[in-house]
Design a protein around this ligand. Structure first.
Ligand code: ADP
Ligand code: MG
Length: 226
């Protein structure tokens, strides 16, 4: 399997006058189709690392490659296109649009590219909502769903443009243990079925252990990789 994401000598320093080094010479790569977790205590640099991987943030130094293509020197519009085509994001707070239904929220990544959804896009959104078990509530407003249902909607939305990679930052941080387990099983199924690469930040070690690979980060350095 080839590396789908590769980080080379990544440093991240925040601040101009008072500098804080948050990432320290990170070298890390992920195989296409793999299911990975990143653990580490609060403030260790997990979100910073994931945001750099997702091109939402820039490293101070170092190189990022996606599918073998260097991305850290790409222009803004080139990056936006790459993100929309290649990456899906799932966050702890799902950022669904509250005044839209689950189905409309799932269609948003498509809407960014095309003003009106095609028949195929609508079909795909409906299939994804079936896949995440929301066929019955797909016309509910995002606010009229449980936390677990909202996070399922966010997962369906992340899948809308068939991304090769899904980056998730504590996707179950707000959920009870049963919903947490369900959401992980769902992500696993998606990984197996579509060969989508997953990188998931979690502080739940039990959940992390279920991944193919666990990377632990401490004070901005990788301290464990197994
Ligand atoms: P984690 O996700 O592991 O909790 P973060 O990556 O969010 O850690 O943060 C790592 C460190 O970087 C923390 O000390 C945090 O305060 C600091 N940090 C994060 N974002 C910024 C920022 N935009 N400006 C300055 N410091 C930041
Ligand atoms: Mg974080």
């Amino acid at each position: 399997m080839d590396d789908i994401i590769r980080l080379e000598n990544i440093d991240k320093i925040y601040g101009k006058d008072i500098k804080t080094q948050v990432l320290n010479n990170i070298n890390l790569s992920f195989k296409e189709g793999s299911f990975n977790s990143i653990i580490g205590s609060s403030g260790s640099g997990k979100s910073t690392l994931l945001n750099i991987m997702g091109t939402l943030d820039q490293p101070t130094t170092g190189e990022l490659y996606m599918n073998g293509k260097r991305t850290d020197n790409m222009k803004k519009n080139e990056l936006a296109e790459l993100r929309n085509d290649t990456l899906g994001f799932i966050f702890q707070f799902h950022y669904l649009l509250p005044e839209f239904t689950a189905l409309e929220n799932v269609l948003i990544p498509n809407h960014i590219k095309f003003s009106k959804p095609s028949k195929e896009a609508l079909e795909r959104a409906n299939e994804l909502l079936d896949l995440v078990g929301l066929q019955k509530v797909k016309h509910n407003l995002a606010t009229n769903m449980s936390g677990g249902q909202q996070q399922r909607t966010a997962i369906a939305r992340a899948l809308m443009n068939t991304p090769k990679i899904i980056l998730a930052d504590e996707p179950t941080g707000n959920l009870d243990s049963e919903s947490t387990e369900n959401i992980y099983n769902l992500m696993r199924q998606i990984n197996e079925r579509f060969k989508t690469t997953f990188v998931i930040i979690t502080h739940d070690r039990e959940i992390a252990k279920k991944a193919d690979r666990v990377v632990e980060i401490k004070d901005g350095r990788i301290v464990l990789d197994m």
